[in-house]
Write a protein that binds this ligand. Structure first.
Ligand SMILES: [Zn+2]
Length: 305
């Protein structure tokens, strides 16, 4: 049962984290990254180019010199930097284009990993479009979703051409098991009907803030991940409760990372991990698998949450 991947250099399993930049400041995420670095766990952090345009979200952006320097240091240490839209609150094409240039001038390259943010109108294939075929219609009926225009060529919010040219990976589905590979054997895949404006999509495990993150990264779950020789792509927001207002990093987080670091895991950023999985070509699921994945995910999203 399931898909077995032989991880490089004899590692038993693969693990990474994708950190959504909502709310992030140097003050509230740097301690997390210093700790991960100290333990040899390299991950992926997303960022915004501009300050939030709405009142819902806070967080620093590339225009803050202190924050930009911090991100540059992360990159030099081996972490991966990804895109999280130009800013929170919806951005026109010109803004996204400018954000890509700002990203490149700050870090020397365009982002190759992107995470759609919240209800931004310029998201790529978002809202009900996260699902394909018949399940998209069902989801649209069950949940009120904001339509996304990033992939619609005639829209002022279109940036699908840029996304197709530079972004290799976009996250879509999130599941509750630590072993993302067990939940979705494909893990990283092209999606039917989304080829014009995107390349590969990937699934993740859901550790949205400190508590669910710790619930996924228990000793028992880590042992299970090792036993199953699996892969965990843990999605989270490090700005949410990992560091307190005095700058102290959560002791429980440290303990969870300490335990993880004692295991023989391959701890690389998401882009490197997904690239490796793509090279492992023996697994070719059918169209029916895509439908099954959509149905399973619909149930998790609508009924369990
Ligand atoms: Zn976000």
């Amino acid at each position: 049962m399931g898909r077995k991947i032989k991880w490089p250099n004899g590692h038993d399993f693969a693990f990474t984290i994708v950190d959504d930049t909502d709310g992030a400041t140097v003050q509230n995420v740097k301690p997390v990254y210093d700790y991960l670095y100290e333990k040899g766990i390299l991950t992926t952090k997303t960022c915004w180019a501009y300050p939030p345009k709405d009142t819902i979200y806070k967080g620093q952006c590339l225009q803050d010199e202190e924050y930009r320097e911090f991100l540059l240091e992360l990159k030099e240490r081996g972490f991966e930097l990804g895109f999280h839209n130009a800013a929170s609150g919806g951005c026109f094409r010109e803004e996204t284009l400018a954000a890509f240039e700002d990203f490149r001038s700050a870090f020397g390259e365009y982002p190759s990993l992107h995470i759609n943010h919240g209800n931004n109108i310029e998201n790529i294939y978002w809202g009900a479009y996260r699902f394909s075929g018949p399940v998209r219609k069902i989801y649209g009926l069950l949940r009120k979703t904001v339509r996304s225009y990033g992939h619609e060529k005639d829209s002022d919010y279109f940036w699908g051409d840029l996304c197709k040219a530079h972004v290799r990976y976009i996250r879509n589905r999130t599941f509750n098991d630590i072993n993302t590979l067990k939940e979705d054997h494909r893990l990283v895949y092209r999606e039917t009907g989304k080829d014009t404006c995107s390349n590969y999509w990937f699934s993740s495990s859901d550790g949205m803030r400190l508590e669910p993150f710790l619930n996924i990264l228990t000793k028992e779950n880590v042992d299970k991940l090792v036993r199953q020789k699996g892969c965990c792509i843990l999605y989270t927001h490090f700005a949410y409760e990992f560091v307190d207002e005095h700058g102290n990093l959560s002791e429980e987080f440290k303990q969870a990372i300490d335990y993880l670091a004692t295991k023989n895991g391959w701890f690389v950023p998401a882009g490197a991990l997904l690239g490796y999985v793509l090279e492992n070509k023996e697994y070719k699921p059918s169209k029916a698998y895509e439908l099954w994945m959509d149905i399973k995910w619909l149930i998790e999203r609508v009924i369990k949450n």
